[in-house]
Design a protein. Sequence first.
Length: 500
Amino acid sequence: MNRPLAVTALGIVAATSLLATSAFGVAEARTQKVLVIGIDGAMLTKIQAFNTPAMKELISTGSAAKTSLYAAPFAPTVSGPGWATNATGVWPDKHKVKSNSWGTGSNLTQYPDFLTRIERARPELSTYAIADWTPLTTNSAGQAIFSDEIQKKVTYDGDALGWAAADARIATEAAAYLKDTGPDASFVYFGDVDIAGHSCGAAGACYRKATEQTDKHIATLLTAVRARPTYSNEDWTILVTSDHGHTESGGHGGSSPAERSSFIIRNGPGTTPGTPAIAPKNVDLAAIVLSRFGVSAPELDGQATPPADPFDSLAGSLQSRLDETGVPAEVKGWTHSTPAGWTIDNAGLGTGGVREWQGWSFTTDDFWTRAAPDQSREGNVRARGVFAVADSDEWSDKSRSGLFNSKLSSPAYDVTGATTATVTFSSHYLKSGNETATVLAAFDNAAPKPVLTYTADAIAKQERLTIPVPAGARSLKLTWSLTNGDNDWYWAIDNPKISR
């Protein structure tokens, strides 16, 4: 029987330590190692509630956060899109794995898994992947999520062997390989939790049993890491994640919060202890792995250290529901307060309507998607934390008069001496009727002029606008304007930035 592991004895702590001191007092570089553990269908709330000492120690000496996935039509909450997102660091609209049988229709060649990127960028490093869901590591069409460029890949067939037995084999074999060979970057997958979820539901006894057994497998892996003869000169980053959640009665693929749920447990160098104030995204996992080895991949959607976003400063100001009775009372997730220097102009807004959405509002994925599920709000994947939304559709769900007209304006940015200004922001727009979404730019005291107008949907876009700066101009103010909304969908933006 595997004994519960006290991870603190491993020395896997939050502090970053890249240098060790030799017996002669000379600083020596420490070897970086990364182990990513994937648990199919696992849920952080259940891990925290069950008898899972290995993962709880990783959490207590590191960090853990719930994450949210997409939902159809962006992509269903099934394993193919989930693991492709975790492995590639980009969302399904880029990697194009939209089901569990993607054949040659994916974009995995352009957006490979993090182990393959390491092999290409730093071939002197060793990589390892082992799994019992066969599409992860082997596929008859040559489209496995983890490519054949990885130094060592091992595949067991969970369907043929039985998932509990296959997971046990993985734990034994991976532990031996981690101890004796110690690959620089590894991915180890366990599949039985998902099978249990389908069998008895996330509320069932078999789901708990599978989760607790998987925790014992993780303890076996971490014990092997500790037993390495060179462990004292190695820095191990441990990451644990899943591809989707499960309903209480069992199943996934839909848009409920339980099905969209995932998580990231992180332990080791670079980890900020505790629960992050702003939850990471699943695409961040690949970025974190690559950052440990100095591998650059600017095309990723994920970020090892997400930049500061002015909207996230409102996280402590979020309120509970008023008119949105479909949102649980305990979920705080909206405000009309603005970040410092930002303003909202509702002079043209009609009267009445749902109070949460009277003009531009600031909200979160959890609150906004619960307010109106299955209307593509779940596809707003390139926003994180708190974002801004103008939602004439939800505003119109309560008696109102007039139209939705609202403007959100930034502080004035200094552009003195610049010839161009580059504006970036994430944008998620669903168009209908005569509603118009426009970005306007105003230099100094001049009248605002449009620099972008949407004439069609803009789903989960990352916008980049290059705006000429007039000679002698000193300041630039930006405005996001949604006008003539008459129960005509929404516009969400996040992380606005300007550079010169």
